[in-house]
Write a protein that binds this ligand. Structure first.
Ligand SMILES: Nc1ncnc2c1ncn2[C@@H]1O[C@H](COP(=O)(O)OP(=O)(O)OP(=O)(O)O)[C@@H](O)[C@H]1O
Ligand SMILES: [Mg+2]
Length: 300
């Protein structure tokens, strides 16, 4: 079985500036994969190269085993891209925009296409806007149309570049429900997002990019375990004993942080606090989180 996405040694320069400095990665069919990194890391550049919109200076890219340069048409058909930037013909209606996009991929107009378009519109809560012109939509609605547009030719590989920027909470949940459904049906998903909790919840594997390079790539679970820890946080009345001060990892905003490895340790720590005579006024157990992983990797 081909990987869904295969990127080998990709370099991209804009004049003197290197946007991609040798990127290699494989996403297997059926994966839900996150590509994360700060602004300017090179995520969108890599996605443009996958879509065959940007010619790279070195390396190769394949989608479902199809080379994005030598087999441009087939590779492009295998891919549905939700772009970061919103660009539309303002005079088309939502439905026409989707029909036009389908035509671009050689899909005949007719009942089959129309019922798929209706389903997409319903899934994305756009049914009541189907006959509105694109310029009559709000920003978040335009973004939903971009999602529908990416899916209209039923591509096996779906790439979402910041799909939830400016999208309200409810639609974000609907959108992720729908994308998860597609993933469960076998579609491969590549996602970029600055909402790290979304990536943490949705994606089984993550690549982190920084200045045109991949600086970490692993399962979400491994990354969390390697770079983040579970902590017990308490606010207290009173002074910590010397032993507890030594056990404390840090304090921040009135919170004292104690690393813990399992939940039994919470009991032990709380018993120690009680025995030392301090009164606990607030308490939380925080699970490892991707934001901490991200910050650590970006400052390495
Ligand atoms: N057409 C271009 N000409 C010159 N430089 C470019 C061009 N496109 C991108 N760049 C530069 O390449 C770098 C990577 O940009 P890219 O859009 O891939 O970042 P990104 O990871 O998608 O960031 P963001 O999270 O902000 O979307 C940036 O420094 C950007 O300024
Ligand atoms: Mg981008």
């Amino acid at each position: 079985m081909h990987p869904a996405i295969e990127v080998v040694g990709v370099e991209k320069r804009f004049g003197q500036f290197t946007a991609l400095a040798g990127v290699s990665l494989q996403v297997q069919q059926g994966e839900f994969f996150a590509l994360l990194g700060p602004n300017g890391a090179g995520k969108t550049t890599l996605i443009s190269a996958l879509a065959g919109l940007t010619r790279v200076n070195a390396g190769s890219l394949k989608v479902m085993g199809l080379d994005v340069v030598d087999q441009y048409q087939e590779a492009r058909k295998a891919l549905g891209i939700v772009p970061q930037e919103i660009v539309f013909d303002p005079f088309f209606s939502v439905r026409e925009t989707l029909r036009f996009q389908a035509g671009y991929f050689g899909i005949a107009r007719g009942a089959v296409l129309d019922s798929w378009i209706d389903e997409l519109l319903a899934k994305l809560s756009l049914s009541d806007k189907a006959d509105n012109n694109m310029r009559q939509l709000s920003g978040g609605m335009k973004r939903r149309v971009l999602v529908a547009q990416a899916l209209v030719h039923r591509p096996p590989v779906i790439v979402l570049d910041e799909p939830t920027a400016g999208v309200d909470v409810e639609l974000r949940q609907t959108l992720w429900g729908f994308i998860r459904e597609l993933n469960a049906k076998g579609h491969t998903i590549l996602l970029t997002t600055h909402y790290l909790e979304e990536a943490q919840q949705l994606c089984s594997r993550i690549a982190m990019m920084k200045q045109g390079r991949i600086v970490a790539m692993d399962t979400t679970e491994h990354l969390l375990n390697a770079f983040s820890e579970r902590v017990l946080r308490v606010k207290i009345d009173g002074e910590l004993s010397v032993a507890l001060l030594q056990a404390r990892a840090k304090q921040d905003g009135g919170w004292h942080f104690f690393p813990i490895y399992d939940y039994d340790e919470v009991e032990t720590r709380l018993a120690q606090l009680r025995a030392s005579g301090v009164h606990i006024t607030n308490l939380e157990v925080a699970e490892p989180d991707l934001e901490e992983v991200f910050v650590k990797l970006m400052h390495k």
